[in-house]
Design a protein around this ligand. Structure first.
Ligand SMILES: Cc1cc2nc3c(=O)[nH]c(=O)nc-3n(C[C@H](O)[C@H](O)[C@H](O)COP(=O)(O)O)c2cc1C
Length: 354
């Protein structure tokens, strides 16, 4: 079987593959500045789901054009939009306008993240959208579930971006979420290979959500020097910053992150001192120029799985090959003796024995 064949045939059927109408339980989460039409369409065309990061396009006309470009690239197959809900209400005024545009353009799948999506759910539902809300703690997921989201994503502390405040690992998040969530859920944080996909499904998740592993995809527009840096980044090379502001990021260990860490270690509380290092536009500049020393560049432990710059479809195929191997491994672990015992019991029962 070749890559096209493994991509074309579903390996797993879950409530999330059915919710999004996708072949594979692989979601590509929003990536600020990076998740544009080309990347998201590549994820959709490879059989997963992707989310265009709305806040990357502050001009609503440009946002609308991006949605149209994605619809063209997927040849009409549905795709998603990521809406990040800020803790600062003044930054959320724009969300209603994004929702107007995405509803007009027929977008039906939304990944919300950050603060609770409660205030936006009635409008999104009215527009016929399915909403998956991403959280870093089970209790936040339970609140969103009560508010009526269709699905949840939960990330562990290994993740790139916002790991939350409690730093609970992905294995623990997944098993606890499976016990407590009623809606389908995706698991993320440090996931970058197919063995982990099977482990996530084994824990009870219905899909995985990927971020860091995908930043080296060919379809990500960022400068090659940035992608080369990610290729060199191992599982222990990311850094946690801004925990002192209760807004933790896991990011590349670069000059900007080290400057922020020094300010935090010195007990600095004046945000103005941090701003030159944490401004979002610095990250955009880093992706544009390849100067990865500037900006807080979200990056998690799964950067360790990034081995080459290659198309999204090849990364997905690799994950699915590994997932097949992981499934086979489970089959191979069935104790032969137990299987023989079971057969003997069955035949003795059939012969009237006990
Ligand atoms: C470069 C980068 C940018 C991200 N930007 C966003 C974002 O704007 N909104 C969001 O909801 N999540 C964002 N995330 C988080 C991802 O969508 C995803 O939840 C996370 O990366 C999963 O963990 P992983 O990095 O271990 O795969 C970002 C992650 C990365 C690596």
């Amino acid at each position: 079987m070749n890559d096209a064949a493994i991509l074309g045939r579903p390996l797993f059927d879950t409530p999330i593959t059915r919710l999004f109408g996708i072949r594979h339980p692989i979601l590509c989460g929003g990536l600020m500045w990076l998740a544009d039409a080309r990347y998201v369409a590549a994820a959709v065309n490879a059989g997963g789901m992707g989310f265009i990061t709305a806040r990357t396009f502050p001009d609503l006309d440009v946002f609308r054009d991006e949605l149209r470009r994605c619809a063209e690239l997927t040849q009409g197959k549905p795709f998603g939009v990521n809406l990040f809900i800020s803790g600062r209400p003044e930054e959320n005024a724009v969300l209603d306008r994004y929702i107007d545009v995405l509803a007009e353009e027929g977008v039906r799948f939304i990944e919300t993240a950050g603060n609770t999506p409660e205030a936006y759910l009635p409008r999104l539902k009215q527009a016929g959208c399915k909403v998956i809300h991403k959280v870093s703690a089970v209790r936040h997921g339970l609140r969103a579930e009560k508010a009526g989201v269709d699905a949840l994503a939960i990330v562990g502390q290994e993740c790139g971006g916002h790991p939350g405040l409690q730093f609970v690992g992905t294995m623990v998040q997944g098993a606890l979420a499976a016990r407590q969530f009623r809606v389908p859920f995706a698991l993320g944080g440090g996931i970058g290979c197919g063995q982990q996909l099977v482990a996530a499904l084994g824990l009870g998740a219905d899909a995985v959500v990927l971020g860091s592993r995908m930043t080296v995809a060919t379809e990500i527009w960022a400068h090659e020097d940035y992608k080369r840096k990610v290729l060199e980044t191992g599982e222990g090379d990311s850094r946690l910053v801004m925990a002192s502001f209760r807004n933790t990021y896991r990011c590349l260990d670069n000059a900007a992150a080290r400057a922020v860490a020094e300010l935090e270690a010195a007990g600095e509380r004046d945000f103005a001192r941090y701003l030159p290092h944490v401004r979002g536009t610095n990250a955009k500049a880093a992706y544009t120029t390849g100067d990865w020393e500037q900006g807080i560049l979200s990056m998690g432990q799964s950067a360790a799985f990034a081995d080459a710059i290659k198309p999204v479809a090849e990364i997905f195929a690799e994950i699915l090959w590994d997932a097949t191997a992981a499934r086979d491994r489970f089959d191979g672990l069935r104790p032969q003796a137990a299987a023989a015992d079971t057969a003997a019991i069955a035949s003795s029962a059939a012969a009237g024995g006990r």
